[in-house]
Design a protein around this ligand. Structure first.
Ligand code: COA
Length: 323
């Protein structure tokens, strides 16, 4: 037997307003044809009045707790991955905590942009297995629309808003066949942080700033780094690509998903794709896609699942688990 962090439930939430490419093309110099051909994106959800990173996170968390069949008061750790917190401080995780009616637990944010959820899961997994907590809510939530430059067609068409959450609990499981997280790997290489960043911040401009990206450079690094980190977690877990039931990747661009799957020799039919309907929701994209595939019946208990993501920093990571 071995102690593992097991996913007991998943949940997600989207803003009310869905914006398709044709609607975007009314205000941005772009077209549905260009966006679909270059990215696979057809629509995204954009937060409106009263919809915030914490409100979406709370809604996703409630669904995850309901799926897990646990009351919020069982949670003793909340980690929220986000690059778009409600405020510079306090951590939005504490707003989520208050919104869920949990009066005492550990709660903090993790900032690793699009790979934030993988960072958060890895931190939670280590805290759970180390005994610092028993049952965690791990959330990715973003309102990226609020830091987009809507005059910059090379970035504004790519992103959307949303949230996803999982309930993770430390459980004794069979080492060979048991459920839970088997392996995690994280990386960062700050030499590239100018390729995908925000041109503001509290300590520099005193403003929030807008997203700036050198898309082609990001694309090139993404395929190489993602294929490498997925191979690393498979090696750590003693598994091969053929053992994988589902890959739940960060949803940035359909072409990156295809190229990465090809590089690893993975069947594209085993890759969960939601980028067409959600666009890139940064830290929310992996838990959002996971929840979609769990609720539509594709991912079942016992399936071998690999999560992966890469984002600004660059930061990247992967996680192999038995669902
Ligand atoms: N609509 C229409 N035309 C657009 C456009 C838009 N929204 N955005 C850019 N263009 C134009 C460019 O101006 C350029 O025109 P030009 O040839 O006249 O100069 C042309 O389309 C090609 O631009 P390019 O940047 O070479 O396109 P691309 O094939 O590299 O695709 C991305 C651009 C951003 C879709 C692609 O680089 C990408 O997906 N990169 C990774 C981004 C990513 O995943 N980031 C998040 C990681 S977490």
């Amino acid at each position: 037997m071995t102690l593992r962090s097991v996913i007991l439930g998943t949940g997600s939430a989207l803003p009310r307003r869905r914006v398709d490419n044709a609607e975007l093309a009314k205000t941005v110099d772009t077209s549905d044809e260009w966006i679909v051909a270059r990215t696979g994106i057809r629509s995204r959800y954009i937060a409106g009045e009263g919809e915030t990173t914490s409100s979406l996170a709370i809604a996703a968390s409630k669904r995850a707790l309901e799926a897990a069949g646990l009351p919020a008061t069982d949670i003793d750790l909340i980690i929220l991955a986000t690059a778009t917190p409600d405020q510079t401080f306090p951590a939005s995780a504490t707003t989520v905590q208050a919104g869920l009616g949990i009066n005492d637990c550990v709660a903090f944010d993790v900032a690793a942009v699009c790979s934030g959820f993988l960072y958060a899961v890895t931190v939670a997994d280590n805290m759970l297995r180390g005994g610092a907590a028993k049952t965690a809510l791990v959330i990715g939530s973003e309102t990226f629309s609020r830091i987009l430059d809507w005059e910059d067609r090379t970035t504004c068409v790519l992103f959307g808003d949303g949230a996803g959450a999982i309930v993770l609990q430390a459980q004794e499981t069979d080492a060979a066949t048991g459920r839970g997280i088997i392996a995690n790997r994280l990386h960062a290489d700050g030499r590239h942080n100018g390729l995908l960043s925000v041109d503001g911040g509290p300590s520099t401009t005193g403003t929030v700033g807008k997203v700036r990206m050198k898309g082609q450079d990001v694309f090139r690094h993404a395929v190489v780094n993602l294929a490498q980190v997925m191979q690393e977690v498979l090696d750590d877990a003693g598994l091969s690509a053929a053992d994988v039931d589902w890959v739940v990747p960060h949803q940035a661009n359909a072409r990156i998903l295809d190229a990465t799957a090809r590089k690893l020799g993975l069947d594209p039919a085993r890759v969960v794709v939601t980028v067409d309907r959600h666009a890139n929701t940064s830290a929310a994209s992996v838990p959002l896609a996971l929840d979609v595939a769990v609720r539509d019946g594709r991912i079942k208990t016992g399936d071998l699942v690999v999560l992966e993501a890469m984002g600004g920093g660059f930061t990247w990571g992967a996680c192999a688990l038995r669902f």
